[in-house]
Design a protein around this ligand. Sequence first.
Ligand SMILES: C[S@@+](CC[C@H](N)C(=O)[O-])C[C@H]1O[C@@H](n2cnc3c(N)ncnc32)[C@H](O)[C@@H]1O
Length: 353
Amino acid sequence: MAVDEARVESFVGQLAGFMTGGGVCLGMWLGDELGLYREMTGQGPISAATLATGARCNPRLTREWLDSQAAAGLIEYDGNADTYLLSDEAAVILANESAPTFMARGMNTLMAIFIDGPRIVEAFHGDGAMSWRDHDDCLFRGTEWFFRPGYRAYLTSEWIPALDGVAEQLQRGAEVADVGCGHGASAVVMAEAFPNSRVHGYDFHPPSIETAVARASEAGVADRTEFVVAGAKEYPGRYTLICFFDCLHDMGDPIGVARYAREHLEADGTVLLVEPMALDDRATNIAENPLAALLYTASSTLCTPNSLSQEVGLGLGAQAGEGRLREVFAEAGFTRFRRAAETPLNMILEARP
Ligand SMILES: C[S@@+](CC[C@H](N)C(=O)[O-])C[C@H]1O[C@@H](n2cnc3c(N)ncnc32)[C@H](O)[C@@H]1O
């Protein structure tokens, strides 16, 4: 076997980078979980001891964490003064949870994959099934905070206005269903922007529904939202807008779920489908989608196992692509399907009966 040493060396470098990235993600999770980033915000340069006292953390461990963050370039270290600085630019990513760029808490998703590793191994050795409901709580929190910045930044300012006539319908007042709503991040954003409309969030995971109720209350929109434990083919009512935010591919029977949505739409109703960005052809997606490695990882460990745990078990995957999703909606009886908007992370698709 002739091994190309230069390629091996290059792979080693690549792997060292991935491993460092994984370690830094854990450090970011700790920084958010322990309140270290929040404690540093707006403080200017501070010593390790001051940070440890303010955050009520062990001083020795805090010092080591700071050095790992400084080595990763997330925090600035001044060797002469022996102080650490969280810059304003880093704070909007790591500390300020209302900033559209806030990413630190999304690291919970990766934590969940690591914590649940042994069960995911069992799924790979067995029938591939592992329900969303059987994951560590980190997953539900991580998913909320991974997607929430995008929903807050774009959902009501760009995505809904890109749908044909939907913003006007919601401004006048309409019934909206958010199916697979999780912690209600998208439902709350819609309820805030369209006070004449009523948003109904449905999810089959009871603890997520409890959190969604609390989030709506914190945001002051409890009066125009409701959250109910229900599967994607179980919710009642008729709607002007039925939304699926980053969840249709998680369902065992996405065609049945889309068909059920069609039956629960008003005559002038619309389905808003938000799915992870993916290019249509597998080889092209693998080669050209900068998020493909991350999204296929989530797909193989979270999304597809959940789909395989449900009836039909289609296993669409988080990287199905627009063409495959169009087929799903055509099979479900929709006649119109188009991409209305996109971000590097998401495709925003509009389906009509
Ligand atoms: C990736 S999460 C997305 C959550 C939320 N829409 C968001 O964007 O933050 C997928 C969600 O689908 C829900 N889910 C999965 N299968 C479901 C089903 N058959 N019926 C209802 N909800 C389901 C899960 O509980 C989870 O909250």
